[in-house]
Write a protein that binds this ligand. Structure first.
Ligand SMILES: [Zn+2]
Length: 485
């Protein structure tokens, strides 16, 4: 398959062919006040109900003396045990089918954020691999191309689990599958569909995708689809349906009938509220964060979060820098870019004025070979700049990190309840934060949750229990509908 030009690059400047980053919007200053107020009103370290109960019990058991203080080593040790015992599940990992061939695949140490060695090293048990289709024209040709793209990705995932690495990874279709495969010591793949565009106008394809292993699907990505308006309408001010289309409403009913979870990440707020009103089964947001903390149209505001909780659904908090904290991320990137520009200058690398954006524009006019050579040179500059960025930039403009991710988890747990919150990375689609920048660093998330006082049971729910509960419920509702209920 011919390699197309990347649509963007992630923060480490690896090419992204299917990115969330392409629609990052600048922060609106008006929200800074709201954000500051939220932070001011929250205690620096929360003690969740579960922990408070444990502490009270410990106090009672010790006859009122203080519980033994945890040393850092105790804490890490405890977190390691928990990380080992719970099932860790990440609902959003993008793929490039060029990495799903006999010669080049996830059994190898590829530069992608997800590979089997990285999952194994980081104790990440379950990766939802994504059948992503970028939004194209709402025409028969557009739908045909979208459908072909989707089939290529379904086939790639099946190739990985059935031909390339069946002894190391297996595709799960149910929560029982997940538990069985993990118990056998293998990694688990599941399939999510990002954008219902490839369904075209043929609603029967929803069931076809289910048969191919899909267990969630979003009705849109960035740009309005034939099924639903996209969050990107907020930027353009233009809407196509004012929520869902008639076909989108049909898709909701069909996904309920066949047993595919509906994914609210990417469609517009209007479309999501309409979906929540219509669906007979709980839904998910596969990779979004809290808009109250990170002003971005890809995040869910409190009204959407409340509606999601009432529906019984779950939001998978995404480790995406510009969604978690757009201002902090911009400040860090700008400062890091200054250092990179200095290093480029010292190394005689020709970097156009205007930072990375200008550089990517310049690369658009290059041939594949020129672009590869230019990127290789830029990577050398970046590697040389890295230690200086850590030393000079991190103390004054720190990167968005695992603590910011868990701030969103805390916020949503407090607002809608722990049983409605989960975790996702958006690896290889623009995601990753300092501390959880690829699958091999997954333990750091568990460690931060332990630091905040979450219990093992709560951490198990956040990592996979809540998401798998929704999957079970969706499949139970489907069985009921198919039985004529
Ligand atoms: Zn996405």
């Amino acid at each position: 398959m011919a390699r197309t030009a990347p649509t963007a690059y992630n923060h480490r400047l690896e090419p992204i062919y299917f990115s969330d980053t392409v629609m990052s919007t600048p922060m609106l200053p008006v929200f800074q006040l709201g954000r500051a107020l939220i932070h001011a009103s929250r205690a620096p370290r929360r003690w969740p109900r579960g922990l408070a109960a444990v502490v009270l019990l410990a106090l009672a058991a010790c006859g009122g003396t203080e519980p033994a203080g945890d040393t850092e080593a105790d804490l890490v040790e405890r977190a390691r045990g928990i990380h080992e015992r719970v099932i860790t599940l990440d609902t959003h990992d993008d793929i490039n089918t060029a990495n799903f061939t006999a010669e080049r695949n996830y059994t190898q140490d590829l530069p992608t954020q997800v590979t089997l060695p990285k999952m194994e090293a980081g104790g990440l048990d379950v990766s939802w691999l994504i059948v992503y289709t970028g939004q194209g024209p709402l025409t028969p040709d557009g739908y045909a191309a979208g459908y072909a793209n989707a089939l290529d990705k379904f086939d790639a995932i099946h190739r990985l689990t059935e031909e390339i690495a069946p002894e190391r990874m297996e595709l799960a279709l149910t929560s029982d599958d997940v538990r069985r495969i993990v118990a056998e010591g293998k990694s688990v793949a599941m399939i999510g569909v990002e954008n219902g565009y490839p369904v075209g106008e043929d609603i029967a394809r929803v069931e076809e995708f289910y048969e191919r292993g899909a267990r969630y699907m979003s009705l849109a990505h960035n740009g309005h689809s034939q099924l639903a308006d996209s969050n990107t309408g907020e930027g353009s001010g233009e809407w196509l349906h004012g929520g869902l289309s008639d076909l989108g409403r049909e898709a909701v009913a069909e996904m309920n009938r066949v047993g595919i979870m509906i994914d609210l990440s990417h469609p517009s707020k209007e479309a999501n509220l309409e979906t929540l009103a219509l669906t007979r089964a709980p839904v998910i947001a596969s990779h979004s964060a809290a808009r109250a903390l990170g002003e971005h149209s890809r995040n869910m505001d409190d009204e959407q979060l409340q509606a999601l909780a009432e529906n019984g659904g779950v939001i998978q908090t995404v480790a995406f820098r510009s969604y978690l904290d757009p201002e902090k991320n911009s400040a860090h990137n700008a400062a890091a870019q200054d250092v990179i520009a200095q290093v480029a200058d010292e190394m005689g690398f020709d970097m156009p004025e205007g930072g990375r954006r200008a550089m990517f524009q310049a690369m658009q006019s290059m041939s594949d070979e020129e672009r590869d050579a230019y990127m290789a040179e830029y990577e050398r500059v970046q590697a040389a700049a890295e230690p200086r960025i850590r030393e000079e930039v991190f103390p004054v403009a720190p990167p968005v990190s695992v603590t910011d991710l868990v701030d969103h988890v805390d916020y949503m747990v407090e607002l809608i309840g722990l049983e409605h919150v989960g975790i996702s990375s958006d690896f290889d689609g623009g995601g990753g934060v300092e501390g959880w920048d690829d699958a091999s660093e997954t333990f750091n998330v568990t460690l931060e949750l332990v630091r905040r006082g979450y219990s093992e049971e709560e951490i198990g729910m956040l990592w996979s229990g809540n998401l798998l509960r929704v999957l079970d419920e969706v499949q139970a509702v489907a069985a009921e509908i198919q039985a004529g209920g």
